[in-house]
Design a protein. Structure first.
Length: 57
């Protein structure tokens, strides 16, 4: 019996890394790089979890 092809998974890790870097850059421009990193991390982790949850179901 042939295996069914699996659907490729979404790349949430890249999204998180890009969000952290983008947040750091925007935060640095605003004079608050740490806050920018934390906001970027929080937002992109939430998006990645939502992607994972949607793909899981």
């Amino acid at each position: 019996m042939p295996d069914q092809p699996s659907k490729p998974s979404a790349a949430g890790g890249f999204l998180i890394a890009a969000g952290v870097l983008g947040g750091a850059i925007l935060g640095f421009a605003a004079g608050q790089p740490t806050i920018g990193v934390l906001i970027g991390l929080t937002v992109t982790v939430a998006i990645s979890v939502a992607m994972w949850w949607r793909e899981r179901g």
